[in-house]
Design a protein around this ligand. Structure first.
Ligand SMILES: [Cu+2]
Length: 250
């Protein structure tokens, strides 16, 4: 999770975020080498009094200084394309979730897993929806990141997130999983993730979406596949008992 004085990325929790961190380091290494070399040459030329007359024109040197940047661009673009395709390829997801942005909270539509179904008055459920509001917590919980209910995903399972919005443009972002996509009204964007470790992860809306933009955090709980049904069932029971507490017993 984000903490004070951390200037780099958060620890990665999925393979795609690990690859993104590696790509970042790769690009930075090349970029700083180029900056240092160019700065050295420019400063040297500013202060030198020598002039090498054959350097003002020469086919060989011009070929060299065209080939080297082209080569650098190729070694920058190849790993970038690899990560891009890795993140976009859906690889037949096991579960599909729907993430809906509102001013100013998130709601999630979660499928029930492993043939778990729930019937109430002869209607059976295969998915359900819950809202996740910002919660102004006490000192023990992370400030501006705590939600009333956590979104949850099973670990080491390919999941697909459909992201959309009901009002204005928001952006669903979870840095430690390397996820970020705009939530656009009238359009569905999709994300693919395969979390590699369990835990509680935080993100925030990353599009200036109105006066309470800072107060729509995302908290994601990644549990084991075996716990997923139990968590799912307890959420469903909570929602049903909130909505039908007077008429039904569970
Ligand atoms: Cu927003």
């Amino acid at each position: 999770m984000p903490s004070w004085l951390v200037l780099g990325f958060q620890d990665s929790s999925s393979m795609s975020m690990g690859e993104l961190s590696c790509l970042h380091d790769h690009v930075m290494t090349i970029m700083f080498s180029v900056i240092i070399f160019i700065t050295y040459v420019m400063v040297y030329l500013l202060f030198t009094t020598k002039y090498y007359k054959f350097l003002s024109e020469g086919t060989f040197i011009e070929t060299i200084w065209s080939m080297i940047p082209a080569f650098l661009l190729i070694i920058l673009v190849l790993p970038s394309m690899k990560v891009l395709y890795m993140m976009e390829d859906l690889k037949s997801p096991v579960l599909s979730f729907k993430v809906i942005a509102h001013q100013w909270y998130w709601s999630y539509v979660v499928p029930l897993f492993k043939n778990f179904s729930f019937s109430l008055n002869s209607a059976s459920f295969c998915s359900y929806e819950f809202d996740s509001m910002f919660e102004d917590g006490s000192e023990e919980v992370p400030r501006l990141l705590t939600c009333s209910s956590d979104f949850f995903l099973p670990v080491e399972t390919s999941s697909r997130l459909f992201v959309t919005s009901t009002d204005v443009i928001h952006s669903f972002a979870l840095p430690s999983l390397g996820l970020k996509v705009d939530a656009l009204p009238g359009r569905i964007n999709q994300l693919f993730t395969n979390p590699s470790r369990v835990g509680l992860f935080f993100g925030q809306c990353s599009e200036i979406c109105g006066s309470n933009h800072s107060f729509m955090p995302i908290s994601l709980k990644i549990s084991s596949v075996y716990d997923y049904d139990a968590v799912s069932k307890s959420y469903l029971m909570d929602i049903l008992s909130d909505n039908f507490s007077s008429s039904y017993k569970f």
